[in-house]
Write a protein that binds this ligand. Structure first.
Ligand code: FES
Ligand code: FES
Length: 173
């Protein structure tokens, strides 16, 4: 398995059976050579050192591994890295910056939408996709959108409040 940035000489020779995949991750075009069986979650975490994407189950249940693929939430433990070829992936590292948080991140902070934080990256990316699609969601919309993301700590109340806070903020700013 080898990884590099497009347009550089970092990409090594492809070993027999590996596939060259070109994708954009958090705005940066990347060229990677991977085994066909490699999961997208493992490419992100181990190949590209983007460890904000968590693995909580490996069975498509928990949503901790959620990233955005062309703006839509996907569970990266259930997708092969080769399936991301030609697509744009956003991880939590690409959601905002310490100096300029995404409103969803700010909402989670203000409304205490996290405790241990294990589920938080997946929750925030799912919420980001919802707000991009539905700028004025109801509480039910938020709960439905987040129904594929499990949290073992918070009881969900503050997560929902955080997303509604972000929606309100985006509509009024
Ligand atoms: S690790 Fe992907 S859904 Fe749990
Ligand atoms: S904050 Fe701990 S799992 Fe959600």
């Amino acid at each position: 398995m080898s990884y590099g940035r497009a347009g550089t000489s970092e990409v090594r020779e492809t070993r027999t059976g590996e596939r060259r995949v070109t994708l954009t991750v958090n705005g940066e075009r990347r060229v990677v050579e991977v085994e066909p069986r490699l999961l997208l979650a493992h490419l992100l975490r181990e190949g590209l050192s983007l460890r904000g994407t968590h693995l909580g189950c490996d069975t498509t249940n928990c949503g901790a591994c959620t990233v955005l693929l062309d703006g839509e939430p996907v569970k990266s433990c259930t997708m092969l890295a080769v399936q991301a070829d030609g697509h744009e992936v956003t991880t939590v590292e690409g959601l905002g910056t310490p100096g300029e948080l995404d409103p969803v991140q700010e909402g989670f902070s203000r409304e205490h939408g996290l405790q241990c934080g294990f589920c938080t990256a997946g929750m925030m990316l799912t919420a980001r996709a919802l707000l991009d699609r539905v700028p004025d969601p109801s509480e039910e919309d938020v709960r439905w959108a987040l129904s594929g993301n499990l949290c073992r700590c918070t009881g969900y109340q503050n997560i929902v409040k955080a997303v509604l806070w972000a929606a309100d903020q985006e509509r009024t700013s």
